[in-house]
Design a protein around this ligand. Structure first.
Ligand SMILES: [Zn+2]
Length: 341
């Protein structure tokens, strides 16, 4: 089991046992064959295939761009937007899984959805290395898919709120962290998760966790030049009120709507403080909870934000160079969003 530790200022690092990781290298024979295959592949690529690298600005006007729902090697958004930060709200049905890709090539995953869909998306994109995996809270629709990610990708570090849960999916998650050799951190508001040039500020929860697991969700804010992202996990009105009271800056260009668009989250005062230009809710088609709730959609509409949802739009991608912002849905074109300042 992971040890629950109360934090003062700096994150707690728990280094799991690494002994299981003694791996085998390739034999010289296999290495020669792989090298030969790589050379042949390089020759073929340089001879026949067009470049897939297209700047964001060109992609906007490219009506033939491939949809993002089923990524392929040629539809890799990071390759198409090398100077951009790309945030992908992966359609995992009823659950959250968000991939953040920095222009420098760092990958961060916030939550892993309920099952293997998140890993399948990563592998189709060719993502094999994650600098950080964040679990907002231990419910299965957020951590259920993380063990598969941890077992198949190289993960440098895992960040959680430290809250434990007595479910098979949580036990599986803990086992997978230990077996992966990833560093393990527990964080709270005031801490910062640094990944290359990216810095995620933890806004919630504080030192005292809520008994309601949803309310204890890690809420992160990422500032990228003049554009900011708020990732609200399943935090609801209680956590929102505490964040408002704390005086932390909540204003964010793009809001990942809390708790799948539940009416128990996205209170009007919270939305007024966030002032999103884009709001994205993540929920499954015809889910058992009626997410997103009608009242929440009405409050989101009142903010004037452009609203997207995975049950309607499929996988949603946001591209930004830090000043301008584009949104691409699985079936739709890439459209530039006017940012409210
Ligand atoms: Zn959830």
């Amino acid at each position: 089991m992971l040890v629950h530790v109360t934090l003062d200022e700096s994150p707690v690092l728990i280094v799991p046992d690494l002994s299981f990781r003694a791996g085998k290298g390739f034999s010289p024979e296999l290495r020669r064959i792989l090298l030969l295959l790589a050379v042949v592949a390089l020759v073929l690529i340089s001879c026949g295939l067009p470049s897939t690298s297209t700047p964001v600005t060109e992609q906007v006007t490219d009506a033939s761009a491939s949809p993002a729902a089923s990524p392929s090697a040629t539809a890799n958004p990071a390759a198409q937007a090398q100077s951009a930060l790309v945030v992908t709200y992966i359609d995992v049905g009823q659950g959250d899984a968000i991939l953040i890709q920095s222009p420098e090539g760092e990958n961060v995953l916030i939550d892993g959805g309920p099952d293997s869909l998140a890993y399948r998306y990563l592998s189709q994109l060719g993502v094999k290395h994650l600098s950080a995996v964040v679990a907002t809270h231990p419910h299965a629709d957020h951590i259920g898919g993380l063990p598969e990610v941890l077992r198949n990708c190289k993960v440098d570090a895992v960040w959680t709120n430290g809250q434990e849960y007595t479910t098979p999916s949580f036990e599986d998650f803990v086992d997978a962290i230990t077996a992966s050799g990833a560093k393990y951190y527990e964080v709270q508001s005031g801490n910062t998760i640094k990944v290359g040039s990216l810095a995620f500020n933890v806004l919630s929860p504080g030192a005292k966790l809520y008994s309601d697991l949803n309310e204890s969700s890690l809420v992160l804010r990422l500032q990228y030049k003049n554009v900011s992202f708020l990732f609200a996990g399943d935090a609801g009105e209680t956590a929102e009120a505490a964040m408002l009271k704390s005086g932390q800056s909540l204003q964010s260009t793009v809001l990942k709507v809390g708790h799948h668009g539940s009416n128990s989250a996205s209170s009007a005062p919270f939305l007024r403080a966030v002032q999103p230009s884009v709001a994205i809710w993540m929920a499954g088609v015809n889910n058992d909870y009626g997410h997103p709730h009608r009242e929440t959609l009405a409050r989101l509409a009142q903010t004037g934000a452009k609203v997207f949802g995975t049950a309607v739009d499929g996988t949603i991608q946001v591209f930004t160079d830090g000043d301008r912002l584009w949104v691409k849905t699985a079936a739709g074109p890439t459209t530039e969003i006017t940012i409210r300042r």
